[in-house]
Design a protein around this ligand. Structure first.
Ligand SMILES: Nc1nc2c(ncn2[C@@H]2O[C@H](COP(=O)(O)OP(=O)(O)OP(=O)(O)O)[C@@H](O)[C@H]2O)c(=O)[nH]1
Ligand SMILES: [Mg+2]
Length: 377
């Protein structure tokens, strides 16, 4: 449990399963990362290998599972993939037939078994790569386009000790800071749940409620999330970047919600997912971008002979909320106004069947203050 407490993602460990064509360098890669040496002779399949918590800054130990690609071991390979947090899929840089096999066999096979874990494609034996060959980006772009489950790709050499730890760093990162809940790769935009959570965080940090984060508010936010203040030059730098790409992202009072969301999309596009994940986790969100249980007050337990009433303070507070979102002042919350009210929650809870017809609505579908209070209750 100490390890779990030590990392924000709350994971006791990450299990990485290494798969790929015969002889592509799987077992050598596993030995090389654990010993920082190239093994002259390596067993066909290495026993489970553990990288300790202090191997990477995220402080989560990694268990590496080597596999055999022989046909009789296939059921075992499938079982291992299904138990994996991340899959490292290898090809050999000096044998292009093994690269072709990624799209003709391995990636379709992983889809067939409905693998949920992210995939890191690794070109082994970089030292044997032909310099005339296309770059990794050129080679991999069409494959990554067709198979979005590939989180990243990298080349390495176990023999020359080039980019060996990086393979497992990216695998761990894909698990601790996954892309899928935050970002829609097809649409190249933040996912709705992520936007809702970031909006809530923005409002919580906008202490004076002027719709923008001032330098002081930005600094408080930075300290809260990253335990370090921002230098004044950094603050102006951030605002300049936003303003250049999105003028409405900054106004006289500071960074607007649009700018705040834009910044996070930018971090994610640049591969800095850990920044957005750290912010979300500091504000209580779990890996599904739901508030963790300890952030949600438990409901009151009530004996059969007891009743519960809202206090006047609560009623006044709720009336204030009602009036704030009743933009057209018609004393009723229209569906669009209710959507706005719940735009910082993971979803509008009152669209479920349980609530749908639980209070009367006016002809326009508006909810009166009484109806609103009864639903809250
Ligand atoms: N030049 C070079 N050779 C490598 C490298 N990594 C592995 N090899 C060699 O490639 C051959 C296969 O390596 P293995 O690690 O056994 O590959 P594997 O994928 O585990 O193979 P199987 O278990 O048989 O499927 C061995 O002769 C290794 O020495 C590397 O980075 N560079
Ligand atoms: Mg092997």
């Amino acid at each position: 449990m100490a390890a779990a407490a030590a990392n924000l993602a709350g994971r006791p460990g990450v299990r990485v399963v290494v798969i790929g064509d015969p002889g592509t360098g799987k077992s050598s890669l596993v030995v090389a990362v654990a010993t920082e040496q190239f093994p002259e002779n390596v067993p066909k399949v290495m026993p489970h290998t553990r990288l300790p918590a202090d191997y990477f800054p995220d402080r989560v130990p990694i268990t590496i599972v080597d596999t055999s690609s022989s046909p009789e071991q296939k059921p075992k390979l499938i079982a291992e993939c299904q138990a994996a947090d991340a899959v490292v899929l290898t090809y050999a840089c000096d044998r292009l037939s093994t690269l072709d096999r990624l799209s003709s066999y391995w990636l379709p096979e992983l889809r067939r078994i409905q693998l949920k874990a992210p995939v890191i494609v690794v070109g082994c034996k970089l030292d044997l790569r032909d310099d005339q060959q296309n770059s990794l980006e050129q080679t991999m772009a069409p494959i990554m386009q067709a198979f979005r489950e590939i989180e990243t790709c990298i080349e390495c050499s176990a023999l020359r000790q080039i980019q060996v730890p990086e393979v497992f760093y990216y695998a761990q990162k894909a698990v601790l800071h996954p892309t899928a809940p935050l970002f829609d790769q097809e649409a190249q935009s933040l996912k709705p749940r992520c936007v809702r959570a970031l909006k809530r965080i923005f409002i919580l940090c906008d202490h004076d409620r002027d719709g923008a984060l001032s330098d002081v508010e930005l600094n408080d936010f930075q300290v809260r999330c990253f335990s370090a203040p921002l230098q004044p030059t950094e603050i102006s730098g951030v605002k300049r970047v936003v303003q250049e790409k999105m003028p409405e992202g900054v106004n006289d009072s500071g960074l607007t919600l649009t700018g705040f969301l834009f910044l996070h999309a930018l971090f994610i596009e640049k591969g800095r997912l850990e920044t957005t994940w750290t912010v979300l986790r500091k504000f209580g969100y779990d890996n599904e971008i739901k508030l963790r249980d300890e952030f949600i007050p438990t409901s009151v337990k009530r004996a059969p002979d007891q009743t519960v009433e809202l206090t006047n303070e609560v009623i006044d507070y709720l009336k204030g909320i009602f009036n704030m979102f009743d933009i057209d002042n018609d004393e009723a919350l229209l569906p669009s106004e209710l959507d706005d009210l719940f735009s910082t929650a993971p979803e509008n809870p009152w669209t479920s069947d349980l609530y749908k017809d639980s209070a009367e609505r006016n002809v326009l579908g508006g909810l009166s203050l009484e109806g609103f209070l009864s639903k809250v209750f």
